[in-house]
Every structure is written in structure tokens, then in C-alpha cells.
Design a protein around this ligand. Sequence first.
Ligand code: FE2
Ligand code: FE2
Length: 192
Amino acid sequence: MSGSVVEHTETIKNLLAAFEGESNAHAKYTAFAVKADIEGFHGAGSLLRAAGRAEQIHAQNHARVIKQLGGEAKCEIHPVEVKTTLENLKAALAGETYEVNSMYPEFLKEAEAQANAAAVRTFTWALEAEKTHARLYSEAIALVESGKKDAWVTKARDFFVCAVCGYTSETPEEHERCPVCNLAWEKFETIH
Ligand SMILES: [Fe+2]
Ligand SMILES: [Fe+2]
């Protein structure tokens, strides 16, 4: 590990904040998926489960770097406020948008300034995966709002999650390898 413990303090703080955010997003999406199924939005439930799995992968990746830097990956899981699926999807999108537009870019800048390659990598992977979630949540929100009975949000379906970086896709075999971390596509997890 390069650099002193002091130099890494800010990076560890950011990693812990990201670990907490991802761990809570996983808990939130899991609860939102249950609600989506109750409301008959089974496809939205599938998406929430897939995104939730990706957040778990991000939390594990962040935890690994926290440990490498001598920290302890601990956080509090907050009670989840479950509303209607439309509201839940909007809350999920707001969280993703915050991570994509401000949280991860700031954390990345700091990790780059410290030349902390492991932190740069785990933040980059999460940032790129959250972009896929933001796009899919936006699509789901539009379909729930449209009220169309045959839209994909109503039927349980498969999503494909990169087991290494959490990149999430609605298409099987979208590429030969993960466009973010280069994992072979056959190693993606199928989430229903
Ligand atoms: Fe996400
Ligand atoms: Fe990946």
C-alpha cells in the first residue's frame, strides 16, 4: 500500500461513506422490490433486486479496500421508508443521481489526488454501474406512469449483473465482456 495512514484518512472516510450508502441502498431496494411485487410491478421488482445485488457488490468492493487501508467496514442500516412503487422508484433514482453527479465524482477526485489506485478502481466501478441503474430506473418510472398493462415493469424478467463491478444490463450478451471491468459476460449473474 502506498502512502501513509494519514494520507489515506480522507479516502477511508469516503470509502466508509460509500460503503454505508451502498449497504443502505441494498436494504432499500430489497424492501422496494417486495412492495413492487405486492403492487403487481414484478418487472420493477426484478430491476430493484438486480440493482440491489449490484449495490451489495459495490459495498463488498469498498469493504475490501477499507480493510487494505487498515480500516474497518462497519455501518448503520437505517429503517427503510417504503411508499408506492412509483415513489420508491423516484427515491431510488434520486439516490443514484446523487451518487453519479456528486458523490462518486468527488470521492474519485480525492482518491486520484492521493494516487490510491484501489480506491479509484472501486469508485469508478460503482460510478459506472450507478449510471446503468439511473437509466433503468428512469425507464421504469416512465412505464409505471404510462399505466400500460403490458409494459416490462409489470412482468418479472431477467436482468444481468456483473459479479465484479455491478454493471447492470437488461440485455443478455450485450457485449462479449463487461464494458466497465472487462469480466467475461458468461460470468454475469442473472437476477429475476
Ligand atoms: Fe445503484
Ligand atoms: Fe463489470
